[in-house]
Design a protein around this ligand. Structure first.
Ligand SMILES: [Zn+2]
Length: 152
């Protein structure tokens, strides 16, 4: 599909450079369900009430610059380490990565073209994957589903 140049916005973030179709990405996130509504698994339910606190404001702001709503990841995986859970959240935007990279410490945000096959393929050949990983406490009464890294 041909896109007029005026629809693309060049953005530098997380030490990367991307070209994004902001309008299409924003519309996609408006119509997408919240993580909590999309998946009923325990790791997602543990994350849902904490997501605004666990994702630093500066990461939320950078995701918003791409048209991404941080409460609506396309994929959420988790692994338990002792008393904490490591979550990796993937978000997609419509666009092209011009310069690959990652944010480095302390936030560990990775920006890549396409991303893992588990992702929604909504933006097809022009899809950017933004992956953010972080540690979180387990706040549910039920135990973490043992030995089974969760995939939504
Ligand atoms: Zn889930």
């Amino acid at each position: 599909m041909w896109i007029p140049d005026s629809k693309w916005t060049q953005i530098e973030l997380f030490r990367c450079k991307v070209r994004v179709d902001l309008e299409t990405t924003r519309i996609g996130y408006k119509t997408r369900p919240l993580l909590f509504d999309k998946c009923g698994c325990l790791p997602c339910q543990n994350l849902a009430p904490q997501i605004d606190d666990l994702i630093p404001k500066e990461v939320q702001d950078e995701l918003a610059r791409l048209g991404i709503d941080h409460r609506k990841p396309d994929d959420a995986t988790s692994i338990r380490y002792d008393d904490e859970i490591r979550y990796s959240l993937d978000y997609i935007a419509r666009g092209r990565v011009l310069k690959h990279g990652h944010s480095g410490e302390p936030n560990f945000v990775n920006v890549n073209q396409n991303g893992p096959p588990s992702l929604n393929n909504e933006f097809r050949d022009r899809q950017i994957d933004v992956c953010f990983s972080f540690m979180a406490p387990w706040i549910l009464d039920e135990p973490y589903p043992h030995n089974d890294p969760s995939r939504r």
